[in-house]
Write a protein that binds this ligand. Sequence first.
Ligand code: GCB
Length: 610
Amino acid sequence: MQSLLRPLVLALAALTGLVAPATPLINAADREVLALNGRWHVIVDPYDNGYVNYRLQRFDEATKPSGGYFLDRKPATPAELIEYDFDTSASLNVPGDWNSQDDKLLYYESTVWYRKRFDYTPRAAGARQFLHFGGANYEADVYLNGAKLGRHVGGFTPFEFEVTGKLKPTGNSLVVRVNNARRPEAVPTVNTDWWNYGGLTRDVRLLETPATAIRDFALRLQPGADRRVRGFVQLDGPGQPVTVEIPELKIAVAATADAAGRATFEFALTGAELWSPESPRLYAVTLTAGADRLTDRVGFRTIETRGADILLNGKSTFLRGISLHEENPLRGGRATTPADARQLLGWAQELGCNYVRLAHYPHNEHMARVADELGILLWAEVPVYWTIHWDNADTYANAENQLTELITRDRNRASVIIWSMANETPISPARTVFLKKLVAHTRALDPTRLISAAMERHSPADDPSTSIVEDELAEVTDLVSFNQYIGWYVGMPDDCAKAKWIINYNKPVIVSEFGADALQGLHGDRRARFTEEFQADLYAQTLTMLEKIPQLRGMTPWILCDFRSPRRHLPNIQDGWNRKGLIGENGTRKMAFGVLQEYYARKAAAYAKP
Ligand code: GCB
């Protein structure tokens, strides 16, 4: 049902301008023939002067546009009036947000035009080319050589446009209008606790494929002792023979794609070492279809629940986690590179983590790839955050599209074990219908991973020390996850000792957030807010409290690093930063880092016992 509905939803979404036309090619890095990263000329355009005329008519909707910065023009004669010039305008680095590259743009929320010139000659006759964007926050209108390619909405997922036959050997002009204005009906909506970093925040690439390309694939190890892998390869043309090879395992299987371009596979993973945090074994996988060849590195593992247990490769596991924003606190701004991912995930490993929550939106593709290499389990989520428009069909289509783009991109990453639908959403019938639909959609797209959502706890009016986790949504998720802030937003850390928990689900419980602000280097009494002692005490007391929950199988305290937030105003303490990091903005570990590190060392030892 879901898969039948999807083309319809996509067609509708395309009509309303919600999505780029095609699902992006999987593993874009492997297809890259030209990197379009680096310096791009930019025009900061708060009034959208390059987009609409003074009657607010869009230039790119005219049959023969007379204006619009996407035309990337120069005066032909000294008499001609053109009031912009990319060549002499400033430039910004791509990938990167604009906020951290120019002080004047720190709070900027509107349009910036990006322009890149490039030369390209196709490598092979009959080849196809695609312009691939890892992500642009929040909406992007893309133009090549003055003509519109399309638009993409959603700040954190990839999109691409086919440009076969549209490239010139020299002097191509690629122009992107990126707009990060917050809108109530958007996903996320206007209110978040993170910085609204705008721009071409992820890699931009020119890809090339033969006429029939491998568009997508998935290979999944099935639970069970016989170690069967099932999967598919999706071509964008029918009838070709397809092979899947894993040379190290001497596996080579073949199938023929059907009329829809899909070839399905099932084979035994004989002799393979399974992927796990202790041994993150990846295998080179090669797919061949006619003239096309794609390689990737894939780990094989299973993830299931049984009662309250999480079974990784059949073995009960405790998720020793931490939450993470896609931000590099040392450099400032979005984390964009493999090196950034290595730094953040390396810090998590130093803390003793085998697991990370990538909050609150899809992180860049490097994160999951580096996590695959390092052996870190991941929770990945979409920005269905707080109170979005549950009754709005466009909002739903947008959320579902972001989830689809995330799952499609990362479903061959062994590290990703959890798809999370939402964060701290207020219970109502409309919200539950919305989220259950997302759950059903996710199960149809990827039946092999666990589904979760960061839910909330509630206390009876007459009994503040009792916490109840009860949510109809938890009936359809695999995990019962919730955020809780006893000791920070609710009472003081000493209240943890009195807390009672009622969680009537026989499912693994993951505490997806707890924490307290502390300014790194500020010391004082453990009862004084914003001191490192307060935060360390809250961690110690919370960990003791959470041990009382019999189904507890993991946690991701909030958060690894201090991060920028426009909601945090306290002078000399916050100064625009959420201070709940275990690591301060200069990289120094706070006292609570050691408290959690010690707890995780004990947990790791307890779970290592046979
Ligand atoms: C939360 C949110 C998170 C915030 C955090 C806080 O519950 O999920 O996005 O940053 O609390 O620090 O208040």
